[in-house]
Design a protein around this ligand. Structure first.
Ligand SMILES: NC(=O)c1ccc[n+]([C@@H]2O[C@H](COP(=O)([O-])OP(=O)(O)OC[C@H]3O[C@@H](n4cnc5c(N)ncnc54)[C@H](OP(=O)(O)O)[C@@H]3O)[C@@H](O)[C@H]2O)c1
Length: 337
């Protein structure tokens, strides 16, 4: 069976095509014929050796995937042959609050991921795919989708009519935009490019700001809203201090990523104290959150924004395309093509 493998820190050039032998199923395991996979910033970080807790050996990369169950092992109770499933980011985080044990393992980082024709793993690490989406679109739920869900509705605890600030037009931010609009929230989106801002307006963004031509974008956010209720903070070093200012009294800054850099940020205690703002870190989501997202997607007929789909042979080009930053939303791989 065809697959790719990569060892953390070897760069995109370290992504190698391999042939693997199918193994017998153990108790609780299912065999999934993967149809589609999708890339995330974390997969680039893994390739570059910037991801936490990587193993010292090559594994199959990517966490996002959708496929069909082709066999079930002994004692499997949740799935049957023919079910269409998607991966759950942390196979051991089923529900409730996270713990280091629940988040110790994720697909494509500590165990084999989805850039393969066939994935064998415990049934705990999967949920049924949304009925309303094709395999490529469904493959984008496990990382960016559930992260956006957690950021808005769990960590951010948005209320009806709340305002949210979304930074850039990457996978997490566009997922958050589409979920926020379906939930009736007021959305502000930033981007480095006006043409991308035009596209987010067509997806329903209520206000847009070019963060290159308006470097003090937090002032514009304050002018528009008086301070947002939730910031989906994917920027890190270059944006966090401004995001803090952009949040209103009682607002929550959900700290998710570091696309502008992972270095230290100087924050004055007063920036949080006076407005009683909350700075909350979070990571992906539980399987229960993913199941809620699947229901929400089906009910609201949300089609995630997939920018470009690469064939299996072109997977290294998909990494390079994501690294180039020209994408708008998700970058995917059609494993069958
Ligand atoms: N905590 C978690 O569990 C979790 C889960 C998923 C992702 N993440 C993290 O969240 C971040 C985003 O992930 P992703 O997969 O959505 O990445 P992505 O799809 O690669 O998004 C990259 C986008 O970020 C935007 N960007 C770059 N520099 C920016 C800046 N200074 N200010 C505002 N936007 C900027 C750009 O948007 P424009 O081109 O429009 O300017 C770029 O297209 C990454 O750091 C990732 O590791 C964390």
């Amino acid at each position: 069976m065809k697959a790719y493998q990569i060892q953390a820190g070897t760069g995109i050039a370290g992504l190698k095509r391999v042939e693997r032998v199918s193994r017998a199923l153990e108790a609780g395991e299912i065999r999934v014929r993967v149809s589609a996979a999708a890339l995330n910033y974390r997969d680039l970080s893994f390739a570059k050796g910037q991801f936490y807790n990587p193993p010292g050996y090559p594994l199959v990369p990517l966490v996002d995937g959708c496929g069909d169950v082709v066999a079930v092992g002994p004692a499997v109770t949740r799935f049957k042959e023919g079910d269409r499933v998607i991966t759950s980011y942390y196979p051991r985080w089923i529900d409730g609050a996270l713990s280091s044990a629940k988040t110790a393992v994720s697909f494509g980082a500590q165990i084999d991921g989805t850039l393969t024709e066939e994935l064998v793993a415990n049934e705990d690490g999967f949920v049924l795919a949304p009925n309303s989406l094709d395999a490529i679109a469904a493959a984008t739920l496990p990382c960016a989708g559930v992260t956006a869900w957690n950021a808005l509705f769990v960590a951010g605890a948005v209320k009806p009519g709340a305002s949210v600030l979304l930074l850039g037009t990457g996978g997490v931010s566009l997922w958050a935009l589409q979920l926020a609009k379906a939930a009736g929230l007021f959305t502000i989106v930033t981007s480095s490019q006006d043409e991308k801002l035009e596209r987010v307006r067509s997806l329903g963004a209520d206000a847009t700001i070019n963060y290159r031509t308006t470097p003090e974008w937090q002032d514009e956010v304050l002018r528009l809203t008086g301070g947002v209720d939730v910031v989906v903070e994917v920027g890190g070093e270059g944006t966090l201090a401004r995001s803090l200012k952009a949040a209103g009294a009682g607002g929550t800054i959900v700290v998710i990523g570091r696309v502008s850099g992972g270095g230290g940020v100087s924050i004055e205690p007063g920036a949080l104290i006076g407005g009683a703002k909350r700075l909350v870190g979070m990571t992906a989501g539980s399987r229960a959150m993913l199941e809620q997202l699947v229901r929400f997607v089906d009910v609201n007929k949300i089609t995630p924004t997939v920018d470009r789909v690469f064939s299996f042979d072109e997977a290294p080009s998909a990494y390079e395309y994501l690294e180039g930053g020209r994408h708008f939303g998700k970058v995917a791989v059609d494993v069958r093509a």
